[in-house]
Every structure is written in C-alpha cells, then in structure tokens.
Write a protein that binds this ligand. Structure first.
Ligand code: ADP
Ligand code: MG
Length: 175
C-alpha cells in the first residue's frame, strides 16, 4: 500500500463522553512528534476529542478551546500542543505559529481545522474527521493515516478503535 494513500477507519459515538473515551484510547498510541489533524464543522467535537486525547495522555488540567490564543500547551505523558487555526486569515499567521518548532518538541500536536492547512503540514499525520449523525449526539469519526508513521501503527489503531468501530449506526459500540 502506498502510505500517501493512507488507511481509513470508521468509528461511531453517541455521546461526548464516548468521543472522549475513543480519543483517550488513541492517545495511548501517541509517540513524540505525532501530528493529529482535526477536521469537521463547528460543534462536531474537535475540541471534545482533544480533551479526551489529553486525558488519555494524563493531562490533569481542563483543556479548553484555544480559539483566541491559537496555541495552548499542556503537560502530560508527552507535551500536548493544542492548536486551532479556525481564525487564521493569512498564511503568514500560520507560519507565525512556529508549527515546525512545536512538532520538534517531542510532544503531540493536535490542530483543529488543520485540514485547511494540509499543504503546510508534514506528510506524516493522523486525520480525525468528525461528522454529525442522525441523532443530536451521534458522530461519525473517520480516522485516516497519512504517511508511514501512523500506517505502521494501523493494527494497534484498529484495536484501540474496535469498541466504537462499525459501519452501521446500530452496532454494538459502547456509547
Ligand atoms: P468543535 O471543536 O468541533 O467546534 P466542540 O468539541 O467544541 O466542537 O463541541 C462539540 C459539542 O457537541 C459539545 O457541546 C458536545 O457536548 C456535543 N456533543 C454531543 N454529542 C457528541 C459526540 N458524540 N461527540 C462529540 N461531541 C458531542
Ligand atoms: Mg473547537
């Protein structure tokens, strides 16, 4: 398989807590230098995902939306850099974020709306795309690995996501 094509996994959740637990399960696979790109409309659950991911990495303090600060740092098993590029109007502002320094920091970088700046990001990343389902609290979470780093962990990813995996909305996933 060409790692550029990546591999895709689909999960479903029916509550914010379930999305956070799914994210925490994925965080157990996190390695220094990882990049996670969060995609999805406003209110889809990108920040909720980061909260669960941070909890999974042992971040003690509450993770809030970094919309106005652009980057927030948290201390966990690995440093967590939470970025939101929603309000960035210009390319220069993205450059000002110093993403390469953040990525070099042996932590994990999670970027909300990161799909908007994909051409500026390294080839190795995990894209998490959240979409709304039928019921208010239903979300579909599509995980796509790009590059070799996450592709290598695909078997572990499949295992971590297994409780929420499924192609139908009535699967046996714990919600
Ligand atoms: P975003 O960062 O994508 O704009 P947030 O994480 O800030 O979205 O907000 C998601 C909202 O949707 C929260 O109010 C959360 O409680 C709610 N929600 C309901 N169901 C879910 C779910 N299954 N997964 C994530 N969030 C959910
Ligand atoms: Mg958000």
């Amino acid at each position: 398989m060409n790692p550029r094509d990546g591999a895709t996994l689909v999960a479903r959740t029916s509550s914010v807590e379930a999305t956070q637990r799914l994210a925490a399960a994925l965080a157990s696979l996190a390695q220094p230098g990882d990049l996670v790109v969060l995609a999805g409309d406003l209110g889809a659950g990108k920040t909720a995902f980061v909260q669960g991911f941070g909890r999974g990495l042992g971040v003690g303090e509450p993770i809030t939306s970094p919309t106005f600060t652009l980057v927030q740092e948290y201390v966990g098993r690995l440093p967590v850099h939470h970025v939101d590029v929603y309000r960035l109007g210009q390319l220069s502002e993205v450059i000002d974020l110093g993403l390469s320094e953040l990525l070099d920091d042996d932590g994990v970088v999670l970027i909300e709306w990161g799909d908007a700046i994909l051409p500026m990001l390294p080839a190795d990343l995990l894209e998490v795309r959240l979409t709304f389902g039928v019921a208010d609290d239903d979300r579909t979470v599509v995980l796509r690995s790009a590059g070799r780093s996450w592709l290598r962990r695909m078997a572990s990813l499949v295992e971590a996501v297994a409780p929420w995996a499924g192609s139908g909305s009535s699967g046996a996933a714990p919600c």
